[in-house]
Write a protein that binds this ligand. Structure first.
Ligand code: FE
Length: 204
């Protein structure tokens, strides 16, 4: 099995989880296993959702009609990175192609050297993701991070699943130098989503 059929089966399995009313823990366990299986294969992502741009790209691959989950491809060109940001919902990140580095960030503790609330943020755990690997984010785990392409000379692509229509979620970006928080609604880089539902090639 190759091509969009693989991704369609993934979407169907996620929809079944949503229909079963899966709590976050079940998404992080069963959804994680499904995503790990998906990113073990790099033969299904449409080329239109794998193109790098002048800044990192966030392509919507599928959004559940009831916005219980969404699936996105993130594409980083060489040297590209996200701002420091949160999610406010659970998320799963599976590496498909290349490598990325995710660095956990947390608010700096107020110190005499800080000017009121303007404290530098503190970097925490660093995850370097290679193809096939999956990590989770959640407000219940660690929700603030910065992600960057680990490769200096090639694009890297990861597939993300979130517990909402992530492009529409009101969340935040942070200035790492001061911890200052700003409202952020990411949207998506694409105007059209991949067609998962043309089964004519399989029928032929
Ligand atoms: Fe993120």
């Amino acid at each position: 099995m190759a091509g969009i059929q693989r991704f369609r089966d993934f979407v169907i399995a996620l929809t079944r989880l949503a229909e079963a009313g899966a709590p976050e823990a079940a998404w992080l366990e069963k959804g994680r296993a499904l995503l790990a299986e998906l990113v073990r294969h790099d033969d299904w992502l449409p080329a239109s959702c794998a193109e790098a741009g002048p800044t990192y790209r966030q392509y919507l691959l599928h959004c559940d009609p009831l916005e219980r989950f969404s699936v996105v491809s993130f594409v980083w060109g060489p040297g590209q990175r996200t701002p420091v940001h949160n999610h406010t919902v659970w998320g799963l990140v599976g590496m498909l192609r290349g490598e990325e580095v995710s660095t956990e960030m947390r608010p700096g503790a107020p110190a005499p050297s800080c000017d009121g609330a303007r404290c530098p943020m503190i970097a925490g755990r660093v995850d370097r993701l290679r193809p096939g690997e999956v990590v989770a984010v959640s407000p219940n785990l660690s929700d603030i991070h910065v992600v960057e392409n680990a490769l200096p000379d090639a694009a890297s692509i990861s597939i993300h699943v979130y517990g909402a229509n992530i492009g529409a979620v009101r969340r935040s970006v942070f200035d790492p130098a001061t911890g200052a928080e700003r409202l952020f609604v990411s949207g998506y880089s694409n105007a059209a989503v991949p067609n998962l539902w043309d089964r004519s090639a399989e029928a032929a």
